[in-house]
Design a protein around this ligand. Structure first.
Ligand SMILES: [Zn+2]
Length: 58
């Protein structure tokens, strides 16, 4: 089980039960609701920018 931060609202979401997910620049983002996903999909750059990835693999 893994959690991710919804980049739209900042909520922590379980990746297994997330309402939706989107890939942007090779990274997958998870959302608490379809509304957050829609907002992200409409302007991914503004939400993804400045967001620190929770997990980093080297
Ligand atoms: Zn959200």
């Amino acid at each position: 089980m893994a959690t991710a931060i919804d980049p739209v609202c900042g909520m922590e979401v379980d990746t297994a039960t997330a309402a939706g997910s989107s890939e942007y620049q090779g990274q997958t983002y998870y959302f608490c609701s379809a509304g957050c996903k829609r907002r992200f999909d409409g302007d991914p750059a503004s939400f993804a920018e400045g967001q620190e990835p929770d997990e980093q693999q080297s």
